[in-house]
Design a protein around this ligand. Structure first.
Ligand code: TMP
Ligand code: ASP
Length: 245
């Protein structure tokens, strides 16, 4: 076997070429960053946990008719995916107010948001992933109006499926970030990952605002027990998937 050629290394994953130009191999790292990489650390076992959670959530979404880039997972921290051109928009869906929404608008933490809020940020680390208006998004040619409509519709469908699933796992899906890509045959598909790195997940069996956090906020806010929280999310997801089959 020859060493695969590295195409790109991001903060949480490395992307390799494969023999098939339409297929890429993503390696999920244990590295963790926050606040646009100003805070760095390691979450031991995160790569395997996030890859496995993402695989199951992508498969669940596929079963509900949502196209994703997932092909398969040859090992616990490797995912083979369809090669796509990433749309440089980070889509954030919010069911409960937290994070930057509270900071930027003063809406109190924990406020129920119904219908869910869909926000778009410019995927651009140099600019700090700023929040976009619809007009700015079109000014920058990040997507066509048709693509944006499709992205919004898919994001709300994904929210429906994932909120229901996590609820069955005893977890509240507070908010999450999605990325979409376009395949060589121009299909819009869900890409990147869905994991405790990219979602806010609150344990429904805990009422204490710090105890309930099962996601990367434990790392961002130095709440401790990061590894065990990620592990508990994995266990709940695996049980939830098993209960469905
Ligand atoms: P925010 O409240 O900080 O804007 O985050 C909203 C959601 O998006 C939260 O679930 C964490 C996720 N997120 C990412 O996946 N990547 C990022 O770079 C940021 C800022 C947030
Ligand atoms: N992933 C982002 C970063 O490093 C931010 C975050 O998830 O908080 O920097």
């Amino acid at each position: 076997m020859t060493t695969p050629e590295k195409l790109y290394e991001g903060k949480a994953k490395i992307v390799y070429k494969t023999d098939d130009p339409e297929i890429l191999l993503t390696f999920y790292k244990d590295d963790a960053t926050a606040f646009n990489a100003q805070k760095r650390g390691t979450i031991v076992g995160k790569g395997q946990i996030n890859c496995t959670i993402s695989r199951h959530l992508f498969q669940l979404l596929e079963s509900q008719g949502i196209p994703t880039h997932l092909i398969d997972t040859p090992s616990p921290n490797e995912m083979r995916v369809r090669r796509v051109t990433i749309v440089p928009i980070e889509v954030i869906v919010r069911n409960i107010a937290a994070g930057s929404l509270c900071k930027q608008t003063g809406v109190p933490l924990g406020t129920l948001i119904k219908p869910a809020l869909v926000e778009y940020c410019y995927k651009n680390d140099a600019l700090g992933d700023p929040l976009l208006t619809r007009d700015r998004l079109f000014l920058l040619n990040l997507a066509t109006p048709e693509q944006l409509e499709e992205i919004r519709t898919l994001s709300l469908q994904i929210n429906q499926v994932l909120s229901e699933f996590f609820n069955q796992c005893g977890i509240t899906l507070v908010d999450f970030k999605l990325e979409f890509g376009i395949t060589s045959d121009q299909q819009l598909v869900l890409a990147d990952e869905i994991s405790p790195d990219t979602c806010r997940l609150w344990d429904q069996s805990q009422t204490d605002p710090n105890q309930r956090v099962m996601d990367k906020d434990r790392f961002r806010q130095d709440l401790g027990n990061v590894e065990s929280a990620y592990q508990r999310v994995l266990e709940r997801v695996l049980s939830g998937i098993q209960a469905q089959s």
